[in-house]
Design a protein around this ligand. Structure first.
Ligand code: ATP
Ligand code: AH0
Length: 366
């Protein structure tokens, strides 16, 4: 087991929006964050993205999954081998299917392969043991969010919102001693965030995203579709709770008859409303919501949120953090926690029965 004391760990995340791999160095002892280091990004090209997309919703054993895993491993090896100083790697992989109370959760990419290529220990498969112990296996960033709240000197409860393919919220109380302390964190997925609008732009216009939320800004949200969406039982379910990228495909189907701009406006407003519903589960109100993930670049989504929430809504850059790299940094931090035998999730972040340290460690040459 890793001894106490800070090390530079390299985290890597390939998120549900399928844009590419983010990587970032963090100096941490698995409790405190002492510094942030170099970052990098390796986009998937069109062919790679199409092959990963073809594996979504499939499980190990399917040829599409093997193909996706190879792409994920190669992209990570290319990106991570450019970093020098890491003593440990945290490799999330690419979620292809997530069904925690059914077939489980699967992130493509084998950490043992990466450990060989990189010549350093790799922590990976972060979600399976949480699911095996009755948890959702997601979200896992909350313990890192707690450490971030401490690092920025927060003393009152605040929330982090990640707007990736799916959205997730973490409420944290930084006055508690650690993320595993009772009452320190509450976390859950809010609903679809960028994934539906990306899928719309891809199918209607051959684009990857609604840059700046400009198309959505030029349309009118369909109130009936949003009301139907918000009637989904997911929003009333008590957290912790998590989602698969494709759990809300019905929303995308519902906007099919609308013109492009109205469809984009509807999907964007739905993402914002899902977050608002999420905040209703907070144990206490927060004064600020710090937004990370690519959706913070979507001005329409950010305006929709600010107009509907009683607190300050600001990108994490407002407190000196990097919203494009936060999740990669999270997996660097979590890797050190795994290596030190510290928990990475608990009953209030994933609904797991007890505190659990997810992840297996692969060493090179073994
Ligand atoms: N300038 C922009 N304007 C609008 N949307 C943007 C912009 N930049 C990024 N995005 C959105 O953010 C997405 C990428 O976000 P991010 O990298 O946080 O997602 P992810 O990490 O793949 O997802 P997850 O957190 O669900 O795993 C893009 O696919 C796009 O939808
Ligand atoms: C199963 C899975 O990969 N979930 C992702 C996804 O993307 C956002 C949201 O859904 C969150 O639950 C999670 O990722 C972040 C990094 C997390 O685990 O905190």
């Amino acid at each position: 087991m890793l001894k106490a004391g800070p090390i530079w760990a390299l985290g890597a995340m390939s998120g549900t929006s399928l844009d590419g791999v983010d990587a970032a160095l963090v100096l941490t002892d698995g409790e405190r964050i002492l510094d942030f280091g170099e970052t990098g990004y390796r986009p998937y090209d069109e062919e790679e993205r199409a092959l990963i997309r073809a594996a979504l919703g499939r499980w190990p054993g399917a040829p599409e999954v093997e193909m996706a895993a190879e792409i994920v491993e190669t992209a990570h090896a290319e990106l991570l081998s450019q970093f020098g100083a890491a003593a440990l790697v945290g490799f999330h992989g690419q979620t292809l299917a997530h069904d925690p109370r059914g077939r489980g959760t699967h992130q493509a990419g084998n950490g043992a392969v990466l450990a060989e290529v990189l010549g350093v220990p790799v922590v990976w498969d972060f979600r399976s043991s949480d699911v095996a112990l009755g948890g959702q296996g997601a979200p896992l960033a909350p313990f890192f969010h707690f450490a971030l709240a401490k690092r920025i000197g927060a003393t009152a409860p605040l929330a982090f919102l990640n707007l990736g393919g799916v959205g997730n919220l973490t409420w944290v109380d930084p006055s508690k001693p650690g993320p595993e302390s009772p009452g320190a964190c509450l976390a859950f997925d809010t609903g679809p965030a960028n994934a539906p609008v990306n899928d719309l732009l891809r199918s209607r216009r051959g684009l990857t995203q609604d840059t700046g939320g400009e198309l959505a800004a030029s349309g009118t949200p369909d109130a009936g579709i949003i009301a139907d969406f918000l009637a989904h039982p997911y929003f009333l379910r008590m957290p912790p709770k998590s989602l698969d990228r494709n759990d809300f495909n019905a929303l995308l189907a519902a906007v099919a008859p609308l013109p492009d701009a109205d469809a984009a406006a509807t999907l964007t407003r739905a993402a914002a409303e899902a977050v608002v519903r999420g905040t209703e589960h907070f144990p206490t109100p927060v004064e600020r919501l710090l937004v990370t993930g690519g959706g913070r670049h979507n001005a329409t989504l950010m305006t929709d949120l600010a107009a509907r929430l009683p607190c300050t809504v600001a990108p994490v850059e407002s407190v000196g953090l990097d919203g494009d790299m936060l999740e990669a940094q999270a997996f660097a931090y979590l890797a050190v926690r795994v290596a030190r035998g510290l928990p990475t999730s608990g009953p209030t972040t994933t609904g797991v029965m007890a505190l659990v340290g997810g992840g297996q460690i692969s060493h090179p040459g073994v």
